[in-house]
Design a protein around this ligand. Structure first.
Ligand code: COS
Length: 388
């Protein structure tokens, strides 16, 4: 049987094999329990840390492996096959570190990146607020200069790894009347005075990942915690999301593949009308669409991630595509997997109900899929205006 060959080199294949091993040996056996107990996956984070995967995208001089967006996507796909709550915890650490990696000073990189690369410290990214989701520029948290310090006030909502992470990239307004140009990015450390956490959210899916509010009350941090320049915060946040979104697509590919595999396995075993249901054309057509869409999503993520690694200039549009299609696909494929398993699929005895609950967040976080369509649409508008 021929499968699509993506011609991975030796190192890339090693990354895939390593992440696959962790998924099958460490994640799949306990994912239902973690989900049920809403338990943060510290043991698995330890395993990822020992296997050097936390440093995949971090340059060698800061203790990482110096790989790119493509290798990150390969790892995220394999881990996403096992459990996207665990994988999101891993990915969120990168999201927290990207602003420092992309815009930080040498001192900031030296101080913070080695601990993220080793997995000793988890990172987190804080942009969203209660009243500022898709409209990120509507944020209300403020940072005011006071001598050698910045004083931060306000809150951030639904922050992945909130309370568990040690490092937080926080976007706050430094010049409220300047809109998106009035935001700045800061590094916050767990334990900073005036920085606390709200209650742990209870969620439909992604239950092993911790989601919390961050609360800042006259939180004073040294001046050197500013990332990049004052006023660059919104752009830093958008560039960070540009880098991270293909990874969310890759998680969607892994989840789709897992749901497809479960559906095929079940359809071969389930006897109705005297035959395995995989012999029924109605089921075959569903599986054919699920397989084709999953492969299309994988091809899209891989080719876009490779493009980003080679040409890292203006890639908002393709990055949004790499998030949009695979995550809509994951929602569809997991829903169809539940349908194929029927009553069994709706029960917790099979993994597909968790997969379907988990899939929903992929269409919402790191920019809703409506926002991805906006980003793509606005890029097209600009491109065609330029070319006409
Ligand atoms: N890279 C660099 N700069 C960018 C950018 C990007 N990807 N996207 C926007 N900008 C710049 C714009 O060029 C503009 O700069 P100027 O002031 O120099 O013109 C500035 O940022 C504001 O851009 P825009 O006017 O498009 O901002 P909006 O407030 O209309 O924001 C979007 C629109 C869709 C870009 C934004 O609100 C968004 O992405 N929302 C989703 C947020 C999100 O993903 N939340 C999840 C949080 S993480 S779980």
């Amino acid at each position: 049987m021929t499968t699509v060959n993506y011609f991975l080199d030796e190192e890339q294949q090693m990354i895939v094999d390593l992440a696959k091993k962790i998924t099958h040996e460490r994640i799949i056996p306990i994912r239902a329990e973690l989900d049920e107990r809403e338990e943060f996956p510290w043991d698995i984070m330890g395993e990822l840390s020992r296997s050097d995967l936390f440093g995949l995208y971090i340059p060698v001089e800061y203790g990482g492996l110096g790989k790119g967006c493509f290798e990150m996507c390969l790892a995220l796909e394999q881990l996403g096959y096992g459990c996207i709550a665990v994988t999101t915890t891993y990915a969120a650490s990168a999201l927290g570190a990207y602003p420092i990696l992309l815009f930080g000073t040498d001192q900031q990189k030296e101080k913070y990146l080695p601990d993220v690369a080793s997995g000793k410290k988890l990172g987190a990214f804080a942009l969203t607020e209660a009243g500022a989701g898709s409209d990120a520029a509507a944020m209300q948290a403020t940072a005011v200069e006071d001598g050698d310090f910045w004083v931060i006030n306000g809150s951030k909502q639904w922050i992945t790894s909130g309370g568990e992470a040690e490092l937080y990239t926080v976007i706050a307004m430094t010049d409220k009347n300047k809109g998106a140009r009035g935001a700045s990015a800061f590094i916050l450390e767990k334990g900073d005075e005036g920085f606390s956490f709200g209650k742990k959210e209870r969620k439909m899916g992604l239950r092993a990942s911790s989601t919390r509010e961050l609360i800042f009350k006259d939180c004073r941090i040294p001046k050197d915690r500013l990332i990049g320049k004052r006023g660059l915060g919104f752009i830093i946040a958008m560039r960070t999301l540009d880098y991270a979104r293909p990874g969310i697509g890759a998680i969607g590919v892994g989840l789709s593949q897992a749901a497809l595999d479960e559906a095929v396995k079940y359809a071969k075993e389930r006897i109705q009308f005297g035959q395995p249901i995989i012999t029924l054309q109605a089921i075959q057509h569903m599986l054919a669409d699920m397989a084709t869409q999953t492969e299309a999503a994988r091809s899209l993520v891989y080719s876009i991630a490779k493009t980003i690694d080679v040409n890292s200039k203006d890639f908002s549009k393709i990055s949004a595509m790499a998030k949009l299609f695979p995550t809509d696909t994951a929602m569809k494929v997991t829903t169809d997997a539940v349908q194929i398993l029927g009553g069994y699929g709706y029960m917790k005895d099979y993994p597909v109900e968790k997969m379907m609950r988990d899939a929903k967040i992929l269409q919402i976080y790191e920019g809703t899929n409506q926002i991805q369509r906006n980003v793509i649409g606005q890029s097209l508008h600009k491109e065609y205006a330029k070319n006409s």
